[in-house]
Design a protein around this ligand. Structure first.
Ligand SMILES: [Zn+2]
Length: 356
């Protein structure tokens, strides 16, 4: 039987056209308001609001240095700024897609060594990070022995940011809860940043590294520990003076140096994952391959607790005689993600665990 051809009336054509237009407007609107500004991760995914991510950055050069970006919902935190002023370009390029409003809610500067402050200090060619981002709260080290130009530039840049409206505290003020500073900052629901007591906030040390700001971020059961370049004696005091939690993640102290990540600390924090910011195997600080970062001794100590060790960068074409080398990604930028339940570590170049 032949089907009856239904005549499409003008009315229903108009209705269909209106529906298509409406759907198109809705789709464009959805894209504009919800998807347009979503930061795209190096692997192409998007960062969900409320999700915590910790990024251990490669800094675009062959030198060892720390720079860690933390994002928790709309709260953006930068810990340290690498070893060269030029890294300010690398850091800005990486962070801006995540930090879409250009505001860093917290900047933590652990200590005054060049490999932690250079991109904040900046220079004539590379404006420092305080000029590139609006920083709300800057928390840095109470003590230093430094008088270098880089340190002086850092202080100048920091103080200009304070004049522009930023708040500045030392980690000691935070620990004591003085002058409006807090020992614990709530970053998002169930996520806090907690400053620890470092003996060397108040006592002199010959080793600049011991002045490092120490803190951990707590997300439900998970804790993520950052101790800058704290050395063995600093770690001993840290354990003595604080009730340290077990740590899901630990940024290896002092780039994996054998003088940090000591058993005294590891036996308490019992890390499950370890991230090392360094150019592995580079002769930057020593010609002895046994002592390059991350050292054999450190790895052996860590392996008692975990083999989930990740390293940002590695040295290639090492020429010991001329103390020269090139660099390549090891894991690359290391991205740790957690919503409190699901936890993952991914490298922008490789997600393989580190083998020396
Ligand atoms: Zn360092």
């Amino acid at each position: 039987m032949r089907r009856k051809k239904r005549k499409i009336s003008r009315k229903s054509t108009a209705f269909l056209v209106a529906l298509v237009v409406l759907l198109a407007v809705a789709a464009v609107g959805y894209w504009y308001f919800f998807l347009r500004n979503k930061p795209v991760s190096p692997t192409g995914g998007t960062v969900k609001t409320g999700e915590l991510s910790i990024h251990f950055l490669e800094l675009g050069n062959k030198y060892t240095g720390d720079c860690i970006f933390v994002k928790i919902g709309d709260c953006d935190i930068l810990i340290d700024g690498g070893s060269r002023a030029s890294s300010a370009d690398t850091i800005e390029t990486y962070v801006k897609p995540y930090c879409t409003d250009g505001v860093l809610e917290y900047v933590i500067v652990t200590h005054a060594d060049q490999d932690h402050i250079a991109a904040f200090a900046g220079n004539k060619t590379y404006p420092g990070l305080f000029q590139r981002f609006e920083c709300r709260t800057i928390i840095d080290f109470p003590k230093t022995n430094k008088t270098t130009q880089t340190y002086q530039n850092y202080v100048k840049e920091r103080d200009l940011e304070v004049e522009a409206g930023a708040v500045h505290y030392t980690a000691l003020q935070c620990w004591k809860g003085e002058d409006g500073a807090k020992r614990s900052y709530e970053l998002s629901e169930g996520v806090s940043m907690n400053f620890l007591y470092n003996y060397y906030y108040e006592n002199p040390s010959d080793d600049e590294n011991n002045y490092s700001v120490c803190m951990y971020i707590s997300q439900g059961e998970n804790n993520y520990l950052f101790t800058g370049d704290l050395e063995e004696d600093g770690e001993r005091e840290l354990v003595k003076n604080n009730s340290l939690p077990h740590c899901k993640l630990y940024k290896a102290g002092h780039h994996g140096s054998k003088t940090s990540s000591t058993e005294a600390l590891l036996s308490v924090i019992r890390p499950e994952y370890v991230c090392v910011c360094c150019c592995a195997g580079s002769p930057e600080y020593t010609a002895n391959p046994d002592k390059t970062f991350p050292t054999k001794q450190t790895l052996e100590r860590l392996l008692k607790y975990t083999d989930k060790i990740y390293v940002t960068t590695k040295a290639t074409n090492i020429d010991l005689e001329n103390k020269d080398w090139d660099f390549a990604s090891c894991n690359g930028n290391i991205i740790v993600r957690s919503d409190g339940e699901n936890f993952s570590v991914e490298g922008s170049y490789s997600s393989e665990i580190f083998k020396r």
